[in-house]
Each structure stands twice: as C-alpha cells, then as structure tokens.
Write a new protein. Structure first.
Length: 466
C-alpha cells in the first residue's frame, strides 16, 4: 500500500455519499401517537409501515446523531434471509413455527427490493444471492450440515457447490465447496437508509436528529431537550441499547470492522470472477463477510476488537491499525491478486447481541413499550420484518386489526436474560473470540472434519447452541 486508508469517519459508505445535513433537534416537550427511539433501519421501517397503514397517526422518530449513524450506515450491505435464533425457536416452538419464520425472512428480501423500487430508492441493489464457502475439512463438514439444515427449513432453491462450481462463481483461493441461496442481494447501506428517511418524511413522519434519548419509560422518551409523551414508545436502538438508563446489560454491543479497497481494474476481476456479485461469506468461527461494490471495490469485514469494557461504543468508526492489517491479510489470502491494491477506507460499527443470540420483537401491552433488535449482524433484512411485525402488534393492541401471520411468529415477545455484569462480560467475550480464532487456526492445519473442541466449548458458553 502506498498510503494509509481513511480510518473511521463513520464508514466508507458515508465517505462516498457524504454525511447528511442535520435535521432539527427536538425543540422541547412534545406528544405523539407513537414515538420511535432510533433512526436506523428498524426505526425508519417501523415509521414507514405504521404511517402507510394508519396515515392519521402522529409519529415522531428521535435519533441521537443522524439517521443511519449506527449499524444501518456501517454494515456490509448484505440483504439476506438469515435470522439470529431460528434453531432455538425451532426447539422452543416446534419446527413448523421456525419454518414460518424462515419463509418470512425469504419474503423479506423481496419486500425490501419492492419498496426500494416503489419509493425510487437507488441503493445499488443487485440480486446475486449469497455464497458461503468452506476452506478446510472442518469447514466443509459444517457447510454440508448447514446446507442440509437450510433445506430442512424450506430453502428448496439452495444449491450445494463443489470446488469447481464455487470457483465458477467466485475464485476464492482454497475454497473446497460452497452453498448458494438466491435469497440475498448486495446493496449500498447508506443509500438505502437515506432514501428510507426521505420516504418517511414525505409521508409526514417527524424526525428529530441530534436528540439522544437517555431514558425510556411507559409513555415517555426523555431527552436533554424535552420529553416526548406517547401511548407507544418503541426502542429501536440495536447496538446502542446499552446507553439507555436501565439497559446496560440487555444487549451486548458487539464490534465489527471493515475495509474497502480502491476500485480494482479489469485484470484483477478477470482472476477473481465474481460476475454475479454475490455477497460472500465463509464457515470460519471468526467469519468474514464481503461484497463486490457497484464501483468494483471489495468491501470485506470481520471481528476486530469484539467488545469494549463497560459496553462502550466506538468513536465514529475508528479502527485499530492491527485490525485493519488483519482484515487486509484475509483479503489477500482469499484473493492473492489484490496484494498490491490500496485499502482506501477502514471503519467499525456495533451490532446488538442478546444473551441467547436470538433476535426478538416485543410489545408490552400493559405499558405500551415495544422493541425490536438483537439481530447479531443480520439486521439489513431482519429490521424490515421486525418493523412490519411491530406495525401489526400496535394495530392489534389498539384494536385497529386482529392477529396476523407476523404476530404469530415465534420470535414475538421472546424473553431474554441479561448479560453478566462487568468484568465477567468483558472477560467472557474477549475469551470467546480468542478461542474462536485459535479454533480456526487449528482447523486450518488439522485436516480433520471435526469442529475444533475449543469452538464447541465456546459455543456452549456463549449460548449460541442449546
């Protein structure tokens, strides 16, 4: 590399689009029918669907910085059908209930694309599906098991690929197999969130930015500028939930980091392929995720420093140099012809992780408090399904409609226990990811189909299994 990458500045996506002009903060005490805390995908989609369903509703969105400042403006641009917690929901509510949840996620990919077209949002959406690859015998065994489970949950159009078939899609060095689903698309996260915010405002929803909410209680959202009173207060704060009074241990803010290369020339793409522009992931325990952007860069991410003591969040996406170098090493290992490519940008963001790794949607009918999130990195599509579910729950509670297919899904009103107090939380998460990285290193050299024992133990401790 001939120069240092831009580090932070929210994200590469904002570097290309520019940060938005700030909307006015809350001018003082106010009232609404529905107050939504958080101006990311969950909050904006919820405002959109509620206002579409009941146009006379007075809806206010409160955002601490600006819409899309959090994970919605920093993610890897994977619009796909994965949802956190599906296997646990199958155990708790039965296989058929989890199949319905999965089908709803499959349909959600189509729904996001449909609304983007209807609202004229050009978010660089390309429906190339999702390709996940294996690099060694242990990953291959997990890939085959994963593929079989997805088929069992109704994904009949998923395809298992051998090494040659995988390379025909993307020539990932060392890939021995792949699993591809059509239920996915690449997109530009910031173009989507900006377009969605504009569509919500055009419907008549009020958005106040630079308005951090410090406390949520029944019928009240408290900010430094005043309090919004509403029968329904909806918490849509994902990884920033820990900053609210009384929620420090609710959802853990997990850190994820990304890099973006310079635009790569045709000669490099000739060696890589990737003409279908699939979103790309792998079966490592400390997994990577990537996309080929609309302007022919590779944007690639993975875990850097997974967690900061006390559930602290980052400083506008700044990323440690060691993390940037580790991600660049992954990039070059997967695609050796990128060795001389410049890294233009590096950034980080946080995602919400519940203690049992299950995404949830809840409306407490006794208090009017609702929330959605805990997406564990799968929020681009899941936020849309959560928003439509919150819409239906509110309409049901207010007597405007009855139960729906969405309100009957197994993730609705799921209860999750809190994370452990510090320093146990910090020690546990740092230890878990150290174990996952060690397991990946051991699997790469062991040449056995068995998942490393360290990873199995880490999964049980983390609550990701069972």
């Amino acid at each position: 590399m001939t120069s240092s990458p831009v580090n932070g500045g929210i994200s590469f996506w904002y570097a290309r689009e520019g940060t938005p002009l700030p909307r006015e903060p809350l001018p003082g005490d106010a009232s609404a029918d529905v107050c939504i805390v958080g101006g990311g995908y969950t909050g904006l989609w919820t405002a959109y669907y509620l206002k579409k369903a009941v146009p006379f509703l007075n809806i206010t969105v409160l955002e601490g910085r600006f819409c899309g400042y959090g994970a919605s403006g920093r993610n890897g641009g994977w619009l796909y059908n994965g949802i956190a917690g599906r296997d646990r929901y199958a155990r708790l509510h039965g296989h058929d209930a989890a199949v319905r949840l999965q089908q709803a996620m499959n349909d959600t990919v189509d729904e996001v694309v449909r609304v983007a077209v209807a609202e004229g949002i050009d978010a660089d959406i390309h429906r190339g599906g999702v390709l996940e690859v294996a690099h060694n015998p242990a990953q291959l065994a997990r890939l085959r098991a994963f593929h079989a489970v997805e088929l069992a949950f109704g994904e009949k159009d998923r395809v298992l690929l051998g090494a040659r078939e995988t390379a025909e899609r993307v020539r990932v060095t060392g890939a021995v197999a792949g699993s591809w689903t059509p239920h996915g698309a690449r997109l530009h996260p910031v173009k989507l969130v900006k377009g969605l915010a504009a569509a919500v405002e055009a419907l008549g929803v009020t958005i106040h930015e630079s308005t951090p909410v410090t406390e949520i209680r029944p019928k009240h959202a408290v900010t430094p500028y005043g309090t919004v009173r509403a029968p329904y207060i909806l918490r849509c704060t994902e990884g920033f939930t820990a900053g609210l009074k009384g929620h420090r241990r609710a959802w853990l803010p997990m850190n994820s980091s990304m890099i973006a290369t310079e635009p790569l020339p045709p000669s490099v793409w000739d060696t890589i392929g990737w003409d279908g522009r699939e979103t790309l992931g792998d079966l490592a325990h400390a997994y990577m995720y990537a996309q080929r952007t609309a302007d022919d860069r590779i944007a690639l991410g993975g875990r850097g420093v997974p967690y900061r003591f006390g559930s602290r969040t980052d400083n506008d996406g700044r990323t440690r140099p060691a993390t940037i170098e580790a991600l660049r090493e992954i990039l070059v290992r997967l695609f050796p012809t990128t060795a001389g490519a410049r890294i233009d940008h590096a950034w980080s963001g946080i995602l919400g992780v519940p203690r049992d790794w299950c995404a949830t949607v809840t409306l407490d009918r006794s208090t009017g408090l609702g929330w959605a999130g805990g997406y564990v990195g799968s929020g681009v599509a899941t936020a849309n399904l959560a928003a439509r579910t919150l819409r239906d729950l509110i309409q049901q509670d207010s007597g405007q409609a009855g139960s729906t297919e969405l309100t009957a899904l197994p993730w609705v009103n799921h209860k999750v226990r809190n994370w452990e107090p510090e320093p146990l939380r910090w020690l546990g998460v740092r230890g878990l990811y150290a174990a996952y990285r060690m397991a990946d290193r051991r699997e790469s050299s062991a040449r056995t189909p068995e998942t490393d024992r360290l990873a199995r133990v880490a999964d049980r401790i983390a609550g990701r299994r069972g």
